[in-house]
Design a protein around this ligand. Structure first.
Ligand SMILES: [Zn+2]
Length: 320
């Protein structure tokens, strides 16, 4: 069902379906969030229960808001989803989402026209329309969290590809025969530079560097702990942070060569430490990029955790 663009004083229902958090908001055409609610995602409950949860949260956010009811809904969902057909093809973080007709199920449950988007692309649209990418025609958005995802705007258009799954940048091959990736391949960019890979590398290194404060007491090492230890002068942690920046910069150099963007926008959990990583990312990216690409800036996402939610709103408004 193609949505009618909503305009003027209308509001859109935006849903960010994540593997751990489900968030719903009412958003106006300027990208202002009027009302927002979140719940832990019922990730193991199966598609029928999860669609019920989405509809209930949407009902709650509409009930709490004093604005007029939404006329369309935009949904950001983990991929891979065939957004042309509206079918979830097998979402690793949500049980039972194999060949599930997600768009139809949500349109029925919400009684609204629904636009469905892969989460990396939705977040790219959010930053493009309302955040750090506003006014740019060519950009690459990369989210660095548990995994690595992304979205590409090229020539003022969203790059979607054959089935709407373009820009799974975390799964570009980075190292022949390298680390295992959850996608089944070896050596993906995500398997080296994601927050999970960063924390796993820190744990491995801490085990053979007794002088570090990382991993003392046997607790698992998290990415925020590594940044904290580096800031406190821990040598190993500082080297790990520098290595993370270098790996991200090398991957970003490939994105420059592939898409020739005006800028790269970095979101996701690790972007909270962008100020620490920025110089190392830029140095590695410029070192690996061909000279003509080296002046491309890398910036932090402006919308924080709301990039995908606001991208979903833009989709509902037909603003993409
Ligand atoms: Zn992979």
């Amino acid at each position: 069902m193609a949505p009618q663009p909503v305009t003027g004083s209308s509001v859109a229902l935006a849903i960010d379906l994540g593997g751990t958090q489900l968030r719903a908001a009412l958003v106006d055409a300027s990208g202002s969030i009027l009302c927002k609610l979140s719940r832990p995602t019922l990730a193991d409950a199966g598609p029928a229960k999860l669609v019920e949860q989405i509809a209930a949260l949407a009902g709650a956010v509409i009930g709490e808001s004093r604005s007029r009811p939404p006329r369309a809904a935009g949904i950001s969902s983990p991929g891979p989803i065939d957004t042309i057909a509206g079918v979830a093809l097998g979402i690793p973080t949500l049980r039972g989402f194999h060949d599930f007709p997600l768009r139809t199920a949500l349109a029925e449950a919400l009684a609204l026209p629904v636009v469905l988007e892969n989460d990396g692309i939705a977040a790219a649209i959010g930053e493009w329309r309302f955040g750090a990418g506003r006014g740019f025609a060519d950009l690459v958005y990369v989210t660095v969290s548990t995994g690595i995802g992304g979205g590409v705007i090229a020539g003022n258009r969203v790059l979607r590809g054959r089935r709407g799954m373009a820009a799974h940048v975390g799964h570009m091959s980075f190292m022949a025969g390298g680390e295992h990736c959850f996608c089944g391949n070896r050596g993906c960019f995500e398997a080296y530079a994601s927050g999970s890979a960063f924390a796993a590398r820190a744990a491995r290194e801490a085990a053979v560097h007794p002088s570090t404060r990382l991993g003392r007491g046997g607790a698992p090492v998290s990415a925020p702990e590594v940044f904290a230890a580096a800031a406190a002068g821990d040598d190993l942690a500082a080297r790990l942070v520098a290595e993370e920046a270098r790996l991200l910069g090398l991957g970003f150099a490939s994105l420059l060569h592939l898409y020739d963007p005006q800028l790269i926008i970095v979101g996701g959990g690790l972007s909270q430490q962008f100020h620490v990583l920025e110089a190392g990312i830029a140095a590695a990216m410029r070192g690996a990029a061909m000279p003509a690409f080296r002046d491309t800036p890398v910036v932090k996402a402006a919308l924080g955790v709301d990039s995908g939610l606001l991208g979903a709103a833009a989709l509902a408004f037909g603003n993409y």
